[in-house]
Design a protein around this ligand. Structure first.
Ligand SMILES: [Zn+2]
Length: 203
């Protein structure tokens, strides 16, 4: 199947042709991989007869997929220019990331809030791969609603759930119209509407 057609399933479609050209131009083996939990993508420099290799998690939303892909291509480009002499997220990488992001800004592929978050990230000298929470939070806003989101009334008693702000609660019995829930860290009791949307935690 045509590479660009495949990429369009994961990237904002306007971005797919250029990423396809980079894959050819840099002779890169580009893989869409399963979720590895701790990282969104990966770059491996040529080694032992193998060429450049990039992999990106399949389950990122299109904007996060694109930012991660450009992040990894910036590693590739930096390796071509400097080999081991440049630090992984040092000034050389950063300059390349900034430069390689430009065509996507010009094509206007990002919503304004993501564009702003990326611009802030690029201008922050301390920013590196995953340490910019504002950037990754704004990218995450575009994730499709996951099946782990439920209303409180549908959760089994004693299940643990999380709110958007990160606080974790345990569901207890129903008191009149609302559910008694205990915040795990403070042991305080709160009353939740049956239709409050929360994220079910495993185990
Ligand atoms: Zn990196």
């Amino acid at each position: 199947m045509d590479k660009v057609k495949v990429l369009e399933r994961y990237l904002p479609p306007e971005a797919a042709p250029l990423i396809g050209r980079w894959i050819d131009y840099f002779k890169c083996e580009f893989k869409i991989s399963r979720n590895r939990g701790t990282k969104f993508g990966d770059y491996r420099a040529p080694y032992d007869g193998k060429g450049h290799r990039i992999s990106v998690n399949f389950d990122l939303n299109p904007y996060a997929f694109l930012v991660t892909t450009v992040h990894e291509f910036a590693h590739l480009h930096t390796w071509n220019e400097h080999k081991q002499k440049a630090k992984p997220h040092g000034s050389e990488w950063k300059a390349n990331f900034k430069k390689m992001m430009q065509p996507f800004f010009e094509k206007d592929v990002f919503p304004p809030d993501i564009k702003q978050a990326i611009t802030n990230y690029l201008n922050n000298p301390a920013a590196s791969s995953c340490s910019d929470l504002t950037l990754f939070r704004s990218l995450r806003k575009y994730d499709p609603v996951k099946e782990s989101v439920h209303t409180v009334e549908k959760l089994p008693i004693k299940s643990l759930f999380k709110l958007k702000d990160g606080r974790v609660f345990r569901k207890e019995e129903k008191l009149r119209k609302r559910y008694k829930c205990v915040e795990v860290s403070s042991r305080r009791v709160y009353l939740f509407s049956p239709v409050a949307e929360v994220e079910l935690l495993e185990g």
